[in-house]
Design a protein around this ligand. Structure first.
Ligand code: FAD
Length: 409
């Protein structure tokens, strides 16, 4: 069977449109909002309205709010490959990569395209998707004492009549101040471990929810990152996403399904950001008289050209893993392993490539006259949030070796 490594034809228009938006709407304001940390980029309102319009017309899936659901029937692995389809998930990663060629932080700041929206799409019931579908939802998992080890979440949710009462503190919530609602991970019973962790939609303005502060950061400065406190915060019982049953045999499966969806999206952000650095570096190298020749072996070219070719190959490997994870989701194949592989590869690649581009371009790369130094700062987070590099490798190892999280930690 021949494998085509080109982008699917049916999404090329979408890809090209996203690239135009990135070039003409995001790039021009990229440096401005990097410097004006915590200032809302109001130019994004128009863009968000356009994406809403496209989504409503069915012409686009938006920038990533669709869900990969673990409860949908898995496809027969023997299924004829000719039945394969390219759908919403593939369209999302392709358009997100293009938008992040423009600016990762601005993409993360797009109204109604938050990681919480992916959680609602992945775990929510059809009724919940209808009810919360138009909200801009951020996602709050991390706590002062809990980062990678999400099973140790201490925020509690106690049922009181027909409401849950939330208590706890969440930190580093992307879009935590600007979003309309926060999807909060909390435990129904700390003694029951991971299976008792559920996610709850908490609309902004709910009494007991307070945005405490915004963080100053290395990169993605246009994106607001908030610390939020929940103090006797009451939400209707029907705001618990999915099922309230605590099935200890299932462990974390419910809440974790969100990551099958969001990790390929973060991989796409990394692919887009690294591509921006590669494109500019190639131009700067050409200006300096270094031509990169794809038709000759790297070893017979200059060290700069050889380094560039190695980076391009690394980028391509990450891009293919990203496409695979999204394609599997479109075809209802369980993709947890591939989502982690794509996130691990793309996160590390983007850090390496953007920093190597700074290095290759020397003082020009380091200067604020170009965006290379900014992309090196922006890319680092893509190897940290939604599961760090080390955690992705741990997940991949567990799945490949057939070990549980208790057996390999
Ligand atoms: C800008 C920004 C935005 C963020 N946005 C969000 C958000 O929207 N929602 C949210 O919930 N969180 C968010 N986060 C938090 C992010 O997801 C966490 O920082 C991340 O999960 C890591 O947790 P930690 O920082 O507590 O590090 P730790 O978990 O304390 O890890 C520290 C180091 O140890 C390594 N490590 C940990 N465990 C192991 C292990 N078992 N084996 C090997 N190495 C290990 C890690 O890889 C890491 O290198 C954001 C963070 C930042 C900086």
């Amino acid at each position: 069977m021949a494998i085509s490594l080109d982008d699917p034809r049916k999404f090329r228009t979408l890809r090209d449109q996203a690239h135009q938006v990135a070039m003409n709407m995001l790039r021009p304001i990229s440096r401005t909002y990097d410097r004006a940390e915590h200032t809302y980029p109001h130019e994004l309102d128009l863009l968000a309205a356009m994406i809403d319009g496209l989504s409503e017309s069915g012409a686009s899936s938006g920038a990533g709010a669709s869900g990969v659901r673990r409860d949908e029937p898995a496809a027969d692995s023997e299924r004829d490959a000719t039945e394969s389809r390219n759908g919403t998930n593939l369209a999302s990663v392709m358009s997100i990569a293009e938008m992040c060629w423009g600016d990762v932080a601005l993409l993360l700041s797009l109204p109604r395209q938050g990681l919480g929206n992916s959680a609602i799409a992945s775990v929510g019931t059809p009724e919940q998707q209808q009810r919360f579908g138009r909200l801009w939802a951020s996602m709050a998992i991390t706590e002062p004492d809990t980062g990678s080890d999400t099973a140790r979440i201490r925020t509690t949710a106690v049922l009181d009549g027909d409401e849950y009462v939330l208590n706890g503190e969440k930190i580093y919530v992307t879009s935590g101040e600007r979003s309309d609602a926060v999807v909060v991970w909390a435990t129904l019973d700390p003694s029951l471990g991971r299976a008792a962790i559920k996610s709850f939609v908490v609309p902004k303005g709910t009494p007991g929810m307070t945005v405490e502060r915004l963080e100053h950061k290395l990169g993605i400065r246009a994106s607001d990152t908030a610390a939020i406190r929940f103090d006797e915060c009451r939400v209707p019982a029907e705001n618990l996403l999915g099922s309230a049953d605590i099935d200890t045999s299932q462990g974390f499966a419910g809440a974790m399904a969100t990551f099958d969806n969001t990790r390929p999206l973060v991989a796409a952000m990394a692919v887009g950001c690294a591509k921006a650095a590669l494109d500019l570096t190639r131009e700067l190298l050409a200006d300096a008289g270094v031509d990169v020749d794809h038709d000759r072996p790297a070893v017979v070219q200059s060290a700069a050209a050889a380094t560039f070719l190695r980076m391009e190959a690394d980028w391509e490997a990450a891009r293919l893993l990203m496409l695979q994870a999204a394609w599997m989701a479109d075809n209802h194949r369980a993709n947890a392993l591939e989502a982690s592989m794509a996130k691990a590869k793309a996160g590390r690649m983007a850090s390496d490539v953007t920093l190597s581009c700074v290095e290759l371009c020397g003082s020009v790369g380091y200067s604020e006259n170009q965006l290379l130094e900014k992309w090196a700062r922006d890319s680092k987070i893509l190897d940290i949030f939604e599961g760090t590099q080390q955690i992705q490798l741990l997940i991949v190892a567990r799945r490949v070796l057939g070990l549980t999280s208790a057996q390999l930690r």
